[in-house]
Design a protein around this ligand. Structure first.
Ligand code: DX5
Ligand code: ZN
Length: 236
């Protein structure tokens, strides 16, 4: 059965003084996940949010809490974020050896959470190989991590297609592919056609004049592209 593209608004672009209103808005507009960008000032230059905010957010929403750890030491921090209510934990491949990556995914699964591995734009898809058979999701970054509001890096859709092929080859048909960075009405169809299942949107939603309408516009544009690509694939 057709699975619509899921939208994961990134609260990094939300209004922190009215966060509860923004969460209610994205829930009503049809978001599937809420994307929480955790930055440590080391892995990326920026410092953002952490465990106390996640705890309060989790208590206030029924959305999937999707935690994107842009930090140097995920093996130390994973248990904290799981304890605080993460449903899905995204760790970056660049800060872990192969053995540590396997350990991180196992640690997340043992705690009953979903595990995802994120790739910076210059990190090859092959970095997923040690864990691809067990992953719930792979995150293809389409901007350099660190800031919202950047422009989508052209060609990121090719990486989405590569990640989908790697998962299929590993027999992991259920693995979702998430794309993060510069996703809006124009870029969402590119990545959705290439096989993206979950689209992170920061500025495209929260900085729009009508954020709920913007979320639905991105979702509709992505779904048209996904359905068209699927139909093309079926004919080929
Ligand atoms: C960047 C973050 C993204 C970002 C998305 O490091 O991981 O989630 O906030 O924001 P937009 O959609 O504005 O690029
Ligand atoms: Zn993110």
């Amino acid at each position: 059965m057709y699975q619509p593209v899921k939208i994961a608004p990134s609260i990094l672009s939300a209004d922190f003084m009215h966060l509860a209103d923004d969460i209610a808005m994205i829930e009503q507009a049809g978001a599937a996940f809420v994307h929480i960008d955790v930055m440590d000032g080391h892995f990326v230059p920026n410092l953002t949010m952490g465990v106390p905010l996640l705890k309060q957010l989790k208590a206030a929403t029924s959305l999937v809490c999707d935690v994107h750890l842009m930090i140097d030491n995920p093996l130390t921090e994973i248990p904290w974020f799981i304890e605080a209510g993460a449903d899905l934990v995204n760790v970056h491949a660049e800060v872990l050896t192969e053995e540590e990556l396997v350990r991180a995914v196992a640690m997340i699964h043992e705690a009953g959470c979903k595990a995802a591995v994120a790739l910076k734009p210059k990190t090859p898809v092959s970095a997923l190989a040690p864990v691809v058979a067990d992953l719930d999701m792979a995150l293809v970054m389409s901007v350099e991590p660190g800031f919202s509001g950047q422009s989508y890096i052209a060609g990121s859709d090719r990486k989405v297609a590569e990640a989908a092929a790697l998962a299929r080859a590993a027999g992991n048909e259920a693995m979702l592919i998430q794309v993060d960075g510069g996703i809006g009405e124009v870029t969402a169809p590119l990545v959705a056609a290439a096989g993206a299942d979950v689209l992170v949107c920061g500025n495209a939603v929260f900085k729009a004049a009508d954020p709920a309408a913007a979320l639905q516009t991105v979702q509709a544009a992505a779904d048209v592209a996904r359905l068209t690509a699927l139909a093309g694939g079926a004919e080929a």
